[in-house]
Write a protein that binds this ligand. Structure first.
Ligand code: HEM
Length: 512
C-alpha cells in the first residue's frame, strides 16, 4: 500500500516536472529567445554542469552561444545574457534603475555588504560611507606606502636574481596586493611579501576558498545555509576555508575595535589603548568610517559580525582582482619583446638612474605604459563574468520586446571587452589601440571595472598599484618565464580568473 502511494507521488512529481519543463521551454515569456534548453528548464543543472563539473567553463559556453545565436540568449529560466555594447551602456547608465540580482549576489557575497547589497537606497548609504577610504585623493595619500611595499617586492626579486633561482610570480603578485589591501581594510598588513613563500595562513584560507568558485551559485540552497552558518563563525567551528578566513579576520577585527573605538577616540580612550594606538601608528579608515554612525546620513554602525563580513568582502575584492592583472600583465609584456622594449625605453627616459624612486605621480604620466595597462585590463579582465541585473518595476524594452520586471539580464566584461563592433582584432594584445584618437570611445566601452552606480570602488587603488609595480619591475628587471607557457596561462572563470598553473620566472637585474 505504502509502495503504491510512493509510486503515485513519484509519478505525480515527474508529471509536474515534465509539464514545468515543457512550459519553460515553449510557453514561458522568455521562450522566444534562443539559447540553452537545459538552462531554460533549470539554471542550477546548467550551472552545475558547466561551472562545477566542467569547473568554470560556463562563461565560454555563453560566449559560444552568442556566436551561434546573436546578441541576446536565454541562460536561465528567467535570465537572458547580452553581448551588445549599446545595451550594456543602457543598463549601467548613471540613472539606471536596474538592480543587482539578489539570488545571484547573495550566493557569492555576504548580505548587507557593499558588494552584496541589492537594495539601491541601502547601497547608496554604504557606498557613501566607504568611498572616502578608496577615493582618488585617499589613493594619493596611500601612494608612498604602495611604493614602500613595491620596494620590498623589488628586494625579493633582487634576491632571486642574485641566487639565479626562479620566483613564483603568481604568489609574489598576490602577496603584494594582499599586503596593501589588508593595511587599508584591517589597519594592519599581513606581511606576505616578506614571508619566504609569499604566503601566510590567511592567504592560504583565501586561496582555498577561491578554488571553490561557483559552488555558491551551482548549489544555491546549500550555499545560503553555509553563508548563514558562516555568520555564526565566532562560536561555530565550520571546516571550510572561507569560514576559516572569516574567523581569522574576526580575530583581527575584534582586536582593532578593542583598541581603536572611534566613539571613544580622543576622549575616553584608556591610556593603555592610546599607547597601543601610538605604537602601532596604524588605523583603518574603512573600519573607522563604518563604525562612525555620523559618516553618512542614515548610516547605522554595523555589529562585529556585519563589520567583519564587509571587511572579508573588501579583502577578497581588493586582492585577487589586481593581482590577476599584475600576473597577466607581466606574462603578456615579457613574452612580447617589442612591447617590453618600448616600455623600457619610455621608463629609462623618464627615470634615467636606477637610484631614482619610480613614483605614482610621475609614472602615471607615461603614455605607453598607461596604454599597456589599459590593454592588460581589457584583455586580462580579472572579473570576467556575468554580473546579473534585474529589470526594474517599469519593465524594459530589449530590441523592441517588452521584458517584465524581475527578469534578469547578465552581462560579462570578458565578452564585452572583445566585442567586434568596438574592438579591432579583439583577441590580440595591442597597447597601441589606446594611443589613437579613438581612445575616448574605447574608454567608454571598457567594461573591466563595470560602470554606473555599481562600478568598482577600488579602481583608483588598483590603477595606483599597477602603475607603481609595473613601472618599477619593467624598469629594473628582465623577466623570463620558467617552465611556464601559454598553456599554463589558460584560465577558467571561478568568479575571479583562475589560471591553469602558477607563473614561474627567472629574473635578471638591469644594470643601467
Ligand atoms: C584590476 C582590479 C579590479 C577589477 C578588474 C575590479 C572589477 C570590479 C567589477 C567588475 C566590479 C563590479 C562587480 C559587480 O557588478 O558585481 C567591482 C566592484 C567592486 N570592487 Fe573592484 N575590481 C578591481 C579592484 C578592486 C580593488 C583593489 C578593490 C578594493 C577594495 C575593489 C573593490 C570593489 C568593491 C567594493 C566593489 C563593489 C562596488 C559597489 O557595488 O558599489 N576592487 N570591481
Amino acid at each position: 500500500m505504502i509502495d503504491r502511494a510512493l509510486l503515485l507521488s513519484l509519478s505525480a512529481l515527474v508529471c509536474v516536472w515534465v509539464f514545468q519543463a515543457i512550459y519553460r521551454i515553449y510557453f514561458h515569456p522568455l521562450s522566444k529567445y534562443p539559447g540553452s534548453k537545459v538552462a531554460a528548464v533549470s539554471d542550477s543543472w546548467w550551472e552545475f554542469y558547466w561551472n562545477y563539473y566542467r569547473n568554470g567553463e560556463l562563461l565560454f559556453e555563453i560566449d559560444r552561444l552568442h556566436k551561434r545565436y546573436g546578441p541576446v540568449i536565454r541562460v536561465g529560466v528567467n535570465t537572458l545574457h547580452i553581448s551588445d555594447p549599446e545595451v550594456y551602456q543602457d543598463l549601467v547608465r548613471t540613472n539606471s534603475s536596474f538592480t543587482k540580482d539578489p539570488h545571484f549576489y547573495l550566493n557569492i557575497s555576504f548580505p548587507g555588504t557593499l558588494i552584496g547589497e541589492t537594495n539601491p537606497a541601502k547601497h547608496r548609504v554604504r557606498r557613501k560611507v566607504l568611498a572616502p577610504a578608496l577615493s582618488g585623493s585617499r589613493v594619493q595619500e596611500l601612494a608612498p606606502a604602495i611604493l614602500t611595499k613595491t620596494k620590498q617586492l623589488i628586494k625579493r626579486f633582487e634576491e632571486v636574481a642574485d641566487r639565479k633561482s626562479p620566483i613564483c610570480i603568481t604568489a609574489a603578485a598576490k602577496a603584494f596586493t594582499m599586503d596593501i589591501i589588508s593595511k587599508i581594510v584591517l589597519g594592519q598588513e599581513l606581511g606576505c611579501v616578506t614571508e619566504p613563500n609569499f604566503r601566510n595562513q590567511l592567504t592560504e584560507y583565501l586561496e582555498a576558498g577561491f578554488k571553490i568558485g561557483w559552488v555558491g551559485t551551482a548549489f544555491p540552497t546549500i550555499s545560503s545555509i553555509a553563508l548563514k552558518a558562516a555568520s555564526m563563525t565566532s562560536f561555530v567551528l565550520f571546516p571550510m576555508p572561507l569560514f576559516s578566513f572569516k574567523r581569522a579576520c574576526l580575530n583581527i577585527t575584534g582586536r582593532y575595535l578593542e583598541t581603536f573605538n572611534p566613539h571613544q577616540a580622543g576622549s575616553q580612550l584608556s591610556s593603555a589603548a592610546r599607547q597601543l594606538q601610538k605604537s602601532y601608528g596604524e588605523r583603518s579608515a574603512v573600519i573607522d568610517m563604518l563604525m562612525d554612525p555620523n559618516s553618512a546620513k542614515d548610516h547605522q554602525a554595523p555589529n562585529l559580525e556585519e563589520l567583519n563580513d564587509e571587511l572579508v568582502m573588501l579583502l577578497t575584492a581588493g586582492n585577487d582582482t589586481t593581482s590577476t592583472a599584475i600576473i597577466y600583465g607581466l606574462y603578456q609584456v615579457y613574452t612580447r619583446p617589442a612591447i617590453y622594449n618600448r616600455i623600457f625605453r619610455e621608463l629609462t627616459e623618464e627615470f634615467p638612474s636606477l637610484e631614482e624612486d619610480i613614483t605614482y605621480e610621475r609614472v602615471r604620466k607615461l603614455p605607453y605604459l598607461t596604454a599597456t595597462i589599459k590593454e592588460i585590463l581589457r584583455a586580462g579582465c580579472p572579473l570576467p563574468g556575468r554580473l546579473p541585473r534585474t529589470v526594474p518595476q517599469e519593465g524594459y524594452r530589449l530590441y523592441g520586446n517588452y521584458l517584465k520586471p524581475g527578469v534578469n539580464i547578465q552581462m560579462s566584461p570578458y565578452i564585452l571587452n572583445r566585442h567586434p563592433d568596438v574592438w579591432d582584432k579583439p583577441d590580440e594584445f595591442i597597447p597601441e589601440r589606446w594611443l589613437t584618437d579613438d581612445v575616448a570611445r574605447l574608454d567608454r566601452y571598457l567594461a573591466t571595472f563595470n560602470k554606473g552606480a555599481r562600478q568598482c570602488l577600488g579602481r583608483e587603488l588598483a590603477w595606483c598599484e599597477m602603475w607603481v609595480v609595473f613601472g618599477n619591475i619593467f624598469r629594473r628587471f628582465q623577466i623570463t618565464p620558467y617552465n611556464t607557457t601559454d598553456k599554463d596561462m589558460e584560465w577558467k572563470d571561478l568568479i575571479l580568473v583562475a589560471y591553469k598553473n602558477k607563473f614561474y620566472a627567472t629574473v635578471e637585474k638591469k644594470l643601467t
